[in-house]
Design a protein around this ligand. Structure first.
Ligand code: ARG
Length: 411
């Protein structure tokens, strides 16, 4: 029986050298490549296909944009960011891993392989999904201790189709939700990058624009009155908000294994949608819901960063998020200005807000509360602080005094 292995294939150096290694070192008879579309630029698919052809590798391209976009919008309902990063790479990994597993099952594979190193997060995110199956999980780069230099030499020796010079470029990971750039000079945290590292955003010019986003139960559903499916909405906002320089972040990121790395990201749509969603929650949720939800959100983001969005904890968190977000329906006006996407207006039929109650001009606010009702509350407010201060003052005044005039103390 021929043993087949499915390889997460991008056409880059790491995954290219994995193809012969899976046969030579792991004894597989056949390797199939799987490239999953989560919104990478077209050139990346062209590169993958070209490399595969030169390798004689059969590649399956799976379109997972819709599934990925849905997950991104779940992240919006959870106001999810990790150390300021909206999780583009992180959220894509379980979607990619699942799509590869599905192909592997359909193709009768017995193994799954990725080209991740032993230093990063992606190995953990991929394997969390894969190890839930009966397949053998293989990580040649990590297991064989490969370095870029070794890979380069090996590729040359084997005459593998790897683009020369590619090694000197930034390491870039792009999908619908974010574009991340790392490597080269950026590895030095004090290095101030120039405009050349950005591709989705242009530096703010002073121009401004206002847009209107409509939400239903916490999900964005329309832009400027036009209904849009998640993928289209995200792509449209990336272009629009990106043209105002929205969504650049430079993060000192703590990876799961403890390594600290410097990451630069662009995520115009994510920033816009996250700000708008949180702005609308501010209008419709009670104070208690908002403050408790920050804990739920934080936990969701943590699991999202770890690539564990399918576990029971996340399902339970989502039950809370879904319940609170039943009322997160309404419209938010966002202004792109100075590289920011700022909430400048919001409305909802569920607003926990009464202009009458908050106004300085009306006396009887909701029909059952009047200004003077606050008097008793105002008397009690700070009661414990007053008692504590009084006790401290009293204790000091009655403490015995020594010859030196100092308070007798335990030394
Ligand atoms: N630090 C990001 C994460 O773990 C991944 C960034 C990947 N970026 C790259 N340029 N290879 O989610």
């Amino acid at each position: 029986m021929t043993e087949k292995v499915a390889l997460a294939f991008s056409g880059g150096l790491d995954t290219t050298v994995c193809v012969p290694l899976l046969e030579e070192e792991y004894g597989y008879d056949e390797v199939i490549g799987v490239t999953v579309d989560v919104g990478q630029p077209a050139e990346e698919f062209a590169e993958a296909e070209e490399t595969a052809e030169a390798l004689g590798l059969e590649v399956h391209i799976v379109d997972a944009k819709d599934a990925f976009a849905d997950l991104c919008l779940d992240a919006v309902r959870a106001n999810a960011t990790y150390q300021g990063y909206p999780l583009g790479t992180a959220l894509a990994r379980p979607v990619i891993a699942q799509a590869i597993l599905d192909v592997a099952v359909a193709e009768g594979c017995t193994g799954l392989a990725h080209g991740c190193t032993g230093k990063g997060n992606d190995q953990l995110r991929f394997e969390a999904v894969w190890r839930d199956s009966d397949m053998e999980v293989i990580a040649p780069v990590r297991e064989l201790g490969l370095t870029r230099n070794w890979e380069q030499e090996y590729a040359e020796e084997k005459n593998l189709p790897v683009e020369a010079g590619n090694d000197g470029d930034w390491s870039i990971d792009t999908n619908l939700w974010s574009r991340s750039v790392e490597g080269k000079e950026l590895e030095e945290p004090s290095y101030v990058p120039g405009e050349e590292i950005y591709d989705w955003t242009t530096a703010p010019t002073g121009e401004t624009e206002e847009i209107e986003l409509e939400f239903e139960e916490g999900y964005p559903v329309a832009l400027n009155g036009e209904a849009m499916e998640p993928v289209e909405l995200i792509q449209t906002l990336n272009e629009l908000a990106g043209s105002y320089g929205v969504g650049r972040t430079d993060v000192m990121e703590d990876r799961m294994l403890g390594l600290k790395v410097r990451e630069n990201y662009e995520h115009p749509a994510a920033t816009t949608l996250l700000n708008a969603h949180e702005g609308l929650e501010g209008l419709v949720l009670t104070k208690d819901e908002r403050s408790f939800k920050t804990q739920i959100d934080q936990e969701w983001a943590e699991k999202g960063y770890q690539g564990l969005v399918n576990g029971p904890l996340v399902q339970a968190l989502e039950a809370f998020i879904a319940k609170t977000n039943e009322r997160v329906t309404g419209t938010v006006t966002i202004r792109f200005e100075g590289g920011q996407a700022r909430v400048v207006g919001r409305s909802s039929p569920y607003a926990v807000y009464s202009a009458e109650a908050a106004s300085f001009n009306t006396e009887d606010v909701t029909g059952d509360i009047e200004q003077n009702d606050a008097t008793g509350v105002a008397k009690y407010h700070g009661f414990q602080e007053r008692l504590a201060n009084r006790a401290m003052k009293h204790a000091k005044e009655s403490a015995p005094v020594t010859d030196g005039g100092e308070t007798e103390d335990a030394e």
